[in-house]
Design a protein around this ligand. Structure first.
Ligand SMILES: [Mn+2]
Length: 221
């Protein structure tokens, strides 16, 4: 059976990504939805995007755009994102990983990867967004501000009108545990801090979790 797998916010923690991929072993028929925020904060944004480009050749990868990825794209295209604010919110680590002074100088293949990221993904029983959603609106009509930026700490979205279960990241769960609201599950478990990178089989609930150094969590349950 093809699996439907989701990966939470990676934030440049490449050893954690390597570890969960080695454990879950995505196969060509599996779909892997990456929930965005590949860059910033952790030490190896460049390596994380390299791994994801490689992963896309080994399974069906559906990468979503995160708010941090959005800022990198804006800066790369001369948009009006605030460079100083970005540096303070983890962009400094991204520049260091590329050894470049601006996202304008990042490899074209990496920027193309970010440009191809989607705002949402939908399957028969689930939908996937980076941050949050407005329950009354169809996915194609959601404001980008909500999809990329809204925090579950300030507003719980409620059951979406489609009846499907949401799989989201963005709101880092500082206790390292996924947040399961029933109608939605948040799998950003704070790998760039003291937590884990979480990969989940959304149909079975099986979890694979690794820390920044790539050590697997022994008993995720
Ligand atoms: Mn985010």
């Amino acid at each position: 059976m093809p699996r439907l797998l989701a990966i939470g916010d990676i934030h440049g923690c490449t050893p954690a990504l390597d570890a969960v991929l080695a454990a879950a072993e995505p196969r060509p028929e599996d779909t892997v939805v990456a929930l965005g925020d590949y860059v910033d904060r952790g030490p190896d944004s460049k390596g994380t995007i390299e791994r994801l480009i490689d992963l896309a050749s080994r399974c069906r990868l559906v990468p979503l755009l995160g708010n941090h990825d959005r800022i990198v794209l804006d800066l790369a295209s001369g948009g009006d994102a605030a460079f100083g604010d970005w540096l303070r919110f983890g962009g400094d680590a991204t520049l260091a990983s590329y050894d470049r002074a601006s996202p304008r100088e990042f490899p074209a293949a990496h920027l193309d990867f970010l440009r191809r990221c989607r705002m949402f993904h939908e399957t028969e029983h689930h939908f996937f967004v980076h941050a949050s959603y407005i329950k009354e609106l169809p996915l194609a009509e959601q404001p980008e501000e909500v999809l990329l930026w809204d925090s579950l700490r300030y507003r719980l979205p409620g059951q979406h009108c489609s009846g499907k279960k949401a799989v989201v990241g963005h709101t880092s769960q500082k206790n390292g545990e996924i947040l399961d609201l029933g109608y939605a599950v948040c799998i950003d478990t704070w790998v760039y801090g003291d937590g884990w990178l979480t990969m989940m089989d959304v149909d079975t609930g099986q979890l694979w979790q690794a820390d920044q150094e790539g050590a697997m969590r022994c008993d995720p349950s």
